[in-house]
Design a protein around this ligand. Structure first.
Ligand code: SF4
Length: 500
């Protein structure tokens, strides 16, 4: 509905807690922003009467609250101390297929296995062709199924070795939670594209895409799963230490490339990802924006009562706007952060607006202006990104109705010019406003109806992130620069090779 890229999935796992499914439900709810079309939970327990492990599953289309709207599901169905969960967003073509809802669960010669995936395999085509040649039938259009086939086709004896062998054959972006009959396995690809963290609650281990999922269940953050780490959590492994890590090597010639867009927009500001708080990074992006684009020479105002106001496009741009106002004031540009746009949080993805003006109506349904703040003032809008520019244009139209003196649009990231092949959904390259106008900011400003548009530079983005996060890991910036850290070999239509 809102013109932003979409992340595809959130994942969550619990090892050894009597309320494993319930904790997973809360965790998925906190990760709802990472996928809003379907949700699912798988647990595992040993059934004494049947003398075997059972792996119950509950999943469906819809938000977490509606998929798990019956509390009996947790007591009667989703029994067991181990659990994994998955939130999914999908492309329109495949979203109607219930087979694509994760987690996926299989029973094969070594027991039960379930998997939840956040990311996108870049060698999916090669693997799919190989399996098709061998006569393997696919039940879904998801590349996650390939991982299950790789595990079940392995000739290794031990299940852990089968998983490791499978992981050595996949490339691209993948954070995984894998549930066996008695283990939880958390995996982050060697490039570390997507975030994944380890936490603890009441002695139980928790794994989540973002740490906001720990906070909702009052779990303690322990550390990030490292790029390339395969973390096996198993208290029955005969060793005193329940955690055992293996490491996957990055593809030759590549280094870590954590998705910088997670900091710009995708992750929740109250999360800690890649070793640093998202809120702190966004604030720094706003400060960097102020350093690169001081507006004191551009905006003139007669008295302090009429000083320019800085507003954010809520909620993802709030802290960048605060950072911009703070740094501008420090540099002598007297501006004031204020709330000029209000967001309605009760509008879900399913909101339908019939009629010609539906997109405009959707924006009006999601946002409203605070007229008293905007009227007669020079307005500086800070947004985290512009994709097609459609939402920006409607927002500006609404702000103009409040009679501001002028409007300047500042973006706390560089122009988006390239698609993402590592687990984010962007519109086609031609639809991106920066490409449509060949990077001409004056033309972009005219298109969205503002007096000027200014972007953060690619160098400024990276340095602002690194200034706040001194981790030795580096970042992917491909959607801004076209510099893809891992070669892409899809070769199939996007819908066929669905991203999760
Ligand atoms: S291309 Fe952009 S969105 Fe995709 S992983 Fe790289 S930085 Fe993130």
């Amino acid at each position: 509905m809102i013109d932003k890229p979409h992340d595809y999935c959130g994942i969550f796992g619990v090892y050894d807690h009597p309320d494993a499914a319930l904790l997973t439900y809360y965790g998925l709810h906190a990760l709802q922003h990472r996928g809003q079309e379907s949700a699912g939970i798988v647990t595992t327990y040993f059934d004494e009467k049947k003398d075997r492990h059972i792996m119950p599953m509950h999943k469906d289309f819809g938000l977490v609250l509606s998929v798990f709207d019956d509390s009996k599901i947790f007591k009667r169905e989703l029994k067991g101390n181990l659990s994994i969960g998955h939130n999914r967003y999908s492309t329109s073509g495949s979203s109607k297929n219930p087979a694509n809802i994760q987690p996926f669960r299989v029973h094969y010669r070594h027991g039960n296995l379930a998997i939840g995936h956040n990311g996108n395999l870049t060698n999916a085509r090669i693997l799919r062709d190989r399996f098709r040649d061998e006569g393997v039938l696919f039940q879904t259009t998801s590349d996650t199924e390939l991982i299950l086939h790789l595990i079940s086709h392995s000739r290794e004896e031990k299940q852990i070795d089968q998983v490791l062998e499978a992981l050595h054959q996949i490339e691209g972006a993948y954070c995984l939670v894998i549930l066996t009959d008695d283990k939880l396995i958390a995996v982050r690809d060697p490039n570390g594209f997507r975030p994944l963290a380890l936490g603890m609650k009441d002695g139980a281990f928790i794994v989540a895409s973002e740490t906001c999922a720990f906070d909702i269940i009052d779990a303690e953050y322990i550390r990030d799963i490292e790029p390339g780490e395969v973390l096996i959590i198993d208290r029955n492994n005969g060793e005193s230490e329940p955690l055992k890590s293996y490491y996957l090597d990055p593809k030759e010639g590549t280094t870590t490339s954590q998705c910088i867009f997670e900091y710009v927009y995708f992750s929740r500001p109250d999360s800690r990802i890649f070793g640093e708080n998202v809120d702190k990074i966004r604030r720094n992006l706003g400060k960097q924006l102020a350093k690169e684009h001081p507006l004191n020479e551009v905006i003139k105002y007669p008295d302090r009562d009429k000083r320019p106001i800085v507003i954010s496009v809520p909620d993802s741009s709030n802290t960048a706007a605060i950072g911009y106002a703070h740094e501008s004031n420090k540099a002598g540009f007297d501006c004031k952060y204020d709330i000029g746009l209000i967001r309605n949080h009760y509008v879900g993805r399913t909101f339908i607006s019939p009629g010609q003006k539906s997109r405009e109506q959707k924006v009006r349904t999601k946002f409203n202006t605070v007229r008293g703040v905007l009227e007669g003032r020079s307005v500086i809008i800070v947004d985290d990104s512009i994709v097609r520019g459609t939402t920006s244009r409607y927002l500006v139209e609404m702000i103009r109705e409040a009679n501001p003196k002028e409007i300047h649009f500042l973006v706390s990231s560089p122009p988006i010019t390239h698609p993402c092949f590592y687990g984010m959904d962007f519109p086609s390259t031609e639809e991106l406003i920066a490409n449509k106008f060949n990077g001409d900011v004056a033309a972009i400003a005219k298109e969205i109806g503002v007096d000027s548009v200014r972007y953060l530079s690619p160098g400024g983005l990276v340095s602002a992130v690194k200034e706040s996060n001194d981790s030795h890991h580096s970042y992917c910036t491909a959607c801004f620069t076209g510099d893809y850290p891992v070669p892409v070999n899809f070769g199939v239509e996007k819908e066929e090779n669905e991203i999760v």
